[in-house]
Design a protein around this ligand. Sequence first.
Ligand code: UDP
Length: 454
Amino acid sequence: MGRPHLLAVPYPAQGHVMPLMELAHNLVDHGFKITFVNTEFSHKRIMAALSNNGYDEDFIHLVSIPDGMEERDDRNDLGKLCDAMVNIMQGHLVNLIKKINGSNNVDDKITCVIADKNLGWVLEVAQRMSIRKAAVWPASAGFAAVALHIPKLIEDGIVGEDGSLLKNQMIHLSPTMPAMNTSHLVWLCMGNRGLQETIFKVMISNTRAVKLADYIICNSFYELEPSAFTLIPNFKPIGPLFASSRLAHFWPEDSTCLSWLDQQQAKSVIYVAFGSFTVLDTRQFEELALGLELCGHAFLWVVRPDFTCEGTDVYPEGFEARVCSRGRMVGWAPQRQVLAHPSIACFLSHCGWNSIMEGLSVGVPFLCWPYFADQLLNKSYICDVWKNGLGFDSDENGLISREEIKAKVVGLLGNEEIKGNALNLKEIALKNVSDGGASSRNFEDFVQWIKYEG
Ligand code: UDP
């Protein structure tokens, strides 16, 4: 008998494709073969980022289907993207599965569909086609617990049926989870009211659909969020996942920064990266640049081509020349390798969940600069629960000033307790994924379930 065939479908965003691809590699190591379904838009970007190198992974087959939007449409219009996926991409997925399962080769038939939890409709497709299905939650268990708590928030009159905020108050889902201000609920910090309503609706329908999943796994580990896992015991943590695949990057990695890091002193460099979505306005971008300059430390700063609304050429006058001996800017970094480099002192991060898991598993302390969505909750975990980092405070104009940046860098690098906490978390993280660790056992159980049950 050949390798069991799995179909993996990520939500089409960098922070979702990456962990699912990592999972795909782990499953290949356990004897599976994977058809990995990107949208055509994501697929083109990944292929372009790979450039001439191509790929020679035997058991991961990259395929693509249309997301239902026009080429020129803005994929950051989440409402439009979600509608297009449900109305159009869904049909393409059904056809793809029919084509694969219609082949004469019995070994080729899909054993299980593995879908991002944010694509509830994929679980519904698998249900209708009588294929087993697993959901992957690429964020914290705490965030999942909040999402599953929505009906109670409505019942308690805290949010309306349309997701509008009725009561601005603190909520505390359980003792070791950070308290949350209801105005920070994920959909309420995303764009205008129309977009908030759309995201709220999508979250509700995904939360309903996830009940169809035969298995739910997530990129976390028990000790990190014990009480969140008590609230959602059917979510099985298998993390941290180590993002090292070349097959998932939306931008070409600039690996030259690794040799630059080789030339820096141990634990001397501030790594600055805001993930794949965050956009700063010109004023804040300039202030960040001047803050990095003011610190006097070496820094490696990821400035994506779309990091500011105005394009990348907005550095303060003379900045690049002044910092050239100790600062390096790249369009996209091999983040996993960067974080593991001995010269890294700390990670100034937007607190995306993947970035947190990656930084945490190499023991770097964090400087937190959350922007939206679950990043605010993630920041609270770091600053208030795990205590492996510090957050920035904005001034009365909503700006994080250069002085604040310098003060927090100095505060973090001089704080042995925070650095110690970061190193302890690394040990716990690594223990989880080593042989016999809880995440590793959960992953083995998942593999056994796909192979032998159902
Ligand atoms: N990343 C990378 N190079 C960069 C910046 C980010 O490879 O220069 C990767 C990072 O390792 C992580 C992902 O992009 O796996 C970003 O996911 P995250 O959840 O941190 O943030 P998001 O992009 O979803 O906001």
